[in-house]
Design a protein around this ligand. Structure first.
Ligand code: GLN
Length: 454
């Protein structure tokens, strides 16, 4: 049914870069056979899932939205993909994204725009716009995204879907094409909080192949979602982050946010205001740390090892000239901008002034979270300051594009988990997201409070 739906609507939505019909049907057939043989299967066995194209999949092309990886077919599965397959979940295909996950609108994909199913003239958010649009357009019931600065939660918000960034280390990064290794986390994109919890339980858990993977077992997330769905939040302390509302937030976004606070109050939660003064500097710190790590991670795309290789048009064919020609042709403008920014911030003369200062700000943000979580159980804010904007509106203004991430980035810098749950429609008739943040390893709180709001 989902493959049919993709055939019907993906020409208009363009959520997918690759549809793996054969692979999906054979996995589904396998599940049917095992079920017929009386085997007890995982609750999500047979439920198909779409996977963001930055996650490597054996035998399926993986481009990370870039021309530099066009035609590359990975020889192995990411750990999270192994887990999806082990649970019997058919993989529908690979979803569109901003090149190397850099962007907030999916307009930086080298393979064309993904359209927001709510209004095809508008962006689906980014970088994981393909995964969110696939779920919102009923092309996939579940999808996997990755979130380095909001790329699961912001697309979730602007497409009316649920998006979760787990605690850093909660889901293995083995097999994710790294953008900024200290910030990247994979997580679920779904239509309900319980679905997200079930999918999170499948992909989470320790992985010896990822040195930053937490040793913890997967927490009881679906139980927390079921508890929250009963609607009783008595004793739960909710902190409203002062710095993440007000100026710069669309009126309809702020109005829906206030209404949800009333719902939380009615469910018995105690609402307090919390100051996190260092959050004002989160965006600046992120846009130094993230490009610095990306400039290093992307050095491996040299025309020798993966995908595209371009030889210089004239002159000698030296390794350095092949690298320059390949990277010049294979990377898009936003990726080049960040590589230049990152190498500059890391260069000997400027390291302390830029990268070093940004890392200090990161510590201050972590301390703000620690101080806040000493008195509240969760923090909340709108997920994104605006609803989905029109194509082209922010494309020529990188700073305006970066401002979309103002509310989502602090969680990545501190490694704490975050969930965006649909929060009604703004005055323009477009979806709004409500963000919930919890202390590291307390992902279950996101699901409890999120389910209470559904
Ligand atoms: N918009 C952010 C950026 O461009 C988010 C990226 C992400 O989470 N992958 O860096």
């Amino acid at each position: 049914a989902h493959l049919d739906r993709i055939a019907d609507v993906d020409r208009a939505v363009h959520a997918f870069l690759h549809v793996s019909s054969e692979d999906a049907l054979s996995a589904a057939g396998d599940v049917d056979a095992r079920r017929a043989a009386g085997e007890t299967l995982h609750p999500l066995a047979g439920v198909p899932v779409a996977v963001k194209d930055v996650v490597v999949t054996r035998g399926m092309p993986t481009t990370a939205g870039s021309k530099i990886l066009e035609g590359w077919v990975p020889p192995y599965d990411a750990t999270l993909v192994e887990k999806l397959r082990a649970a019997g979940m058919p993989i529908l295909g690979k979803t569109n994204m901003d090149e190397f996950a850099m962007g907030s609108s999916t307009e930086h994909s080298a393979y064309g725009n993904t359209h927001n199913p709510w209004d095809l003239d508008r962006i689906p958010g980014g970088s994981g716009g393909g995964s969110a649009a696939a779920v919102a357009a009923f092309e996939a019931p579940l999808a996997i995204g990755t979130d380095t600065g909001g790329s699961i939660r912001q697309p979730g918000a602007v497409t009316g879907t649920v998006g979760v960034k787990p605690t850093y280390g909660g889901v293995s990064r083995y097999g994710l094409i790294a953008m900024a290794s200290s910030l990247d986390q994979a997580g679920p994109v779904t239509r309900s909080v319980l679905d997200a919890a079930l999918l999170h339980e499948v992909i989470g858990g320790h992985d010896p192949r990822d040195s930053t993977s937490l040793p913890d077992p997967v927490p009881a997330l679906s139980a927390a979602a079921r508890l929250g769905a009963q609607g009783d939040l008595t004793g739960v302390r909710v902190g409203v982050v002062n710095e993440l509302s007000g100026e710069g937030y669309q009126a309809g976004v702020s109005a829906r946010f206030e209404e949800s606070l009333d719902l939380l109050r009615a469910a018995g939660a105690e609402i307090v205001e919390v100051g996190c003064p260092s959050f004002r500097h989160a965006l600046s710190a992120y846009y130094l740390i993230m490009p610095s790590e990306a400039s290093s991670n992307l050095a491996k795309f040299d025309g020798m090892r993966f995908g595209l290789r371009v030889e210089p048009e004239d002159g000698p064919v030296t390794a350095e000239r092949v690298m320059a020609a390949t990277r010049g042709a294979g990377f898009g403008d936003e990726v080049k901008r960040r590589i230049i920014l990152g190498t500059y911030a890391l260069s000997a003369g400027y390291y302390d002034a830029y990268y070093g200062s940004a890392q200090k700000v990161r510590t201050l943000i972590q301390r703000d979270f620690d101080a806040a979580f000493a008195s509240v159980d969760v923090l909340v804010s709108p997920t994104s300051p605006t609803t989905a904007f029109r194509f082209g509106e922010k494309l020529d203004d990188p700073l305006a594009m970066y401002l979309n991430d103002i509310a989502t980035i602090p969680a990545n810098l501190a490694g704490v988990p975050g969930l965006s749950v649909p929060n009604g429609l703004s005055d323009d008739g477009l979806p709004v997201g409500f963000q919930i943040l919890a202390p590291a390893r307390a992902d279950d709180r996101l699901y409890r409070v999120g389910a209470a709001l559904e």
